[in-house]
Structures are given as C-alpha cells and as structure tokens.
Design a protein around this ligand. Sequence first.
Ligand code: COA
Length: 160
Amino acid sequence: MLIDQLSLRDITEADLPTIFEHEQDPEAIRMAAFTHQDPSNRDAFMAHWHRLFAVDTVVTKAVVLDKTVVGHIASWVQEGDREITYWIDRNHWGKGIATTALQLFLADMETRPLWARTAKDNVGSIRVLEKCGFETVGQDRGFANARGEEIDELVLRLDS
Ligand SMILES: CC(C)(COP(=O)(O)OP(=O)(O)OC[C@H]1O[C@@H](n2cnc3c(N)ncnc32)[C@H](O)[C@@H]1OP(=O)(O)O)[C@@H](O)C(=O)NCCC(=O)NCCS
C-alpha cells in the first residue's frame, strides 16, 4: 500500500537540487501558475529556500517514496493564517502521492484553520485538497507569473 511506502521528513540543503528539478517541468509550472518569476533561475530558487529555512514558523517536508524524494509540502504563516502548498515530481503523478502525503502532513500539523490557494483551473490540486477535507471558501484574482497574466484563484480552508 502507498501509505506504507510514503513518508515525510524535514527538507535539508541536500534536497534542494532535487526539488529544483521537480519545479522545472513546464506542465507542472503551468498548473501551479503562481510560481517565481523565472523558475529556471537556480540562484533565486536557492535564495528563496534559504530564506524559508531561516523562518522558524515555516515547515518544509520532503515527500519520500521508498528512499526517493518525489515531492515536497511547505507551510508558512501569512498575516496570521497558516497556508500550505505542495509539488510532486511529474514522473510520479496519478498514484495518489499528493493526497497521501497531505494526509500524513495534516496528521502532524494541528493548526486549524489551515489555508490553501490554487489556480481555479488547477483541477488536480483542487481535488487533492478536497479529498483531504478542504472546502472552497473564496475566490481571488492574482498575477500568475507562469501564465503572464492575472487569473482566478480559489481560496480553500480546512477547519477540522
Ligand atoms: C497537483 C498535484 C500535486 C497532484 O499530485 P498527484 O500525486 O498526481 O495527485 P493524486 O494522485 O493524489 O491525485 C488526487 C486526485 O486528483 C486527481 N488529479 C490529479 N491530477 C489531476 C489532473 N491534472 N487533472 C485532473 N485530475 C487530477 C486524481 O485523479 C485524483 O482524483 P481521484 O482520486 O478522484 O481519482 C501535481 O500534479 C503537482 O505537483 N502539480 C504541479 C504543482 C502544483 O500544481 N501544486 C499545487 C499548487 S496549489
């Protein structure tokens, strides 16, 4: 069973090249939409992660399938609200990894409500969140670097 093969652990410096590679896939970038200005900029990526490591309310977990890092989950506090995001290596999509990893994460992270934002057309991400109990509570518009334009965004919340 997937749950027996999957685990989460803290992300370390040594994981960053792997996560950077996951975030180079053009289809994944298009889906995620609200990416960095230039996802291929390794220095900017590294600087961003080093800033995350320095904030003690930021939680970053590697998603490990057997012994391979296949994605990550990150959580941070913005204006008092704890938010989450995640990214799975495209080679491992469609196996239930995001859903199972998020369930593992939620079992450890007790803060509620928990918030997530996703492009309104990111049906995969919306489905993952809904399967984990998140409900859509709002809508927003924001500039999506990966699309080069403003797009609709859903705001989802997990209450229990
Ligand atoms: C979105 C993402 C995390 C999904 O990862 P995954 O491991 O393939 O997801 P799961 O296998 O757990 O799928 C969960 C559900 O979503 C559905 N789903 C996943 N990707 C989908 C897609 N592209 N289109 C439609 N449905 C999709 C699955 O069919 C499944 O639904 P089901 O159980 O009803 O069959 C992954 O595609 C990804 O990392 N994308 C790029 C980064 C991104 O968008 N992150 C989210 C930012 S908000």
